[in-house]
Design a protein around this ligand. Structure first.
Ligand SMILES: [Zn+2]
Length: 232
């Protein structure tokens, strides 16, 4: 009887340990967000690698003229050089996200360096605007560990569902078609304001006009997350 009890206790103990481990495991591997499940016609335009004093003001001008809110995943080293552009982005009701300080592939870095990339960028951002809650890994390179470390600093890891490859400088029509052929409610669209010259600003005008004609609204990424509908 005594032996049986001991055996039973071990089973209970192992089950409890597995359950705890499983729960942590789920938290650790929760995927990065590349789009939001929703039936509402909302999308988020996102711009990476800025701010840059050549391309960012032109893109901000288009967004301002069209009355569209977007999300800028900024690089810390550039925030340090052009802080007033980040200030302008927030003043014009856009959202800011952390895109690391030096734009390295994080999957090749140790924990200390990953945290340093996030922290140094936060420090530059928070000199001018509130600390962000969104993080996008450079090149979309991430793993369970980068998600976990970002989360430990209060970030949601955000990817994209439509890659325009605008940084390769394709023709404007190609960028616009990539968006129009792939858009659906909850899409996160990847564009860049960190390169000049670039076809992005011109493409942006067509993207906005065409999506509006199809009934789409533009929201920031944090706003888009609020549209999540369970089971969709
Ligand atoms: Zn980037």
């Amino acid at each position: 009887m005594k032996v049986f009890k001991k055996w039973y206790l071990y089973v209970v103990l192992i089950t409890v340990l597995l359950a705890v481990k499983d729960e942590n495991y789920l938290i650790d591997i929760a995927p990065a967000i590349s789009n939001v499940s929703t039936t509402q016609k909302v999308v988020a335009l996102t711009f990476d690698d800025g701010p840059l004093n050549t391309s960012t003001p032109v893109i901000l001008g288009v967004l301002q003229e069209k009355k569209v809110k977007a999300t800028f995943f900024v690089v810390g080293e550039r925030v340090k050089r052009f802080p007033s552009l980040v200030q302008q982005e927030v003043n014009e009701e856009h959202e800011i996200g952390n895109h690391t300080y030096n734009h390295p592939w994080l999957t090749g870095l140790n924990d200390r360096l990953i945290i340093e990339e996030l922290e140094k960028t936060e420090n530059e951002i928070s000199k001018v605007v509130p600390t962000p809650t969104l993080f996008r890994p450079p090149g979309g390179k991430y793993n369970d560990n980068t998600i976990k470390l970002a989360r430990s600093r209060g970030y949601n890891t955000i990817l994209w569902s439509i890659d325009t490859e605008d940084w390769r400088s394709p023709p404007v029509g190609q960028i616009v078609n990539t968006v129009l052929n792939n858009v659906k409610p909850g899409s996160i669209i990847l564009l860049h304001d960190g390169k000049y010259p670039s076809p992005t600003a011109e493409s942006l005008e067509y993207i906005i006009d065409n999506l509006r004609a199809r009934g789409y609204e533009f929201v920031t990424v944090s706003e888009l997350l609020q549209y999540y509908e369970e089971g969709r």
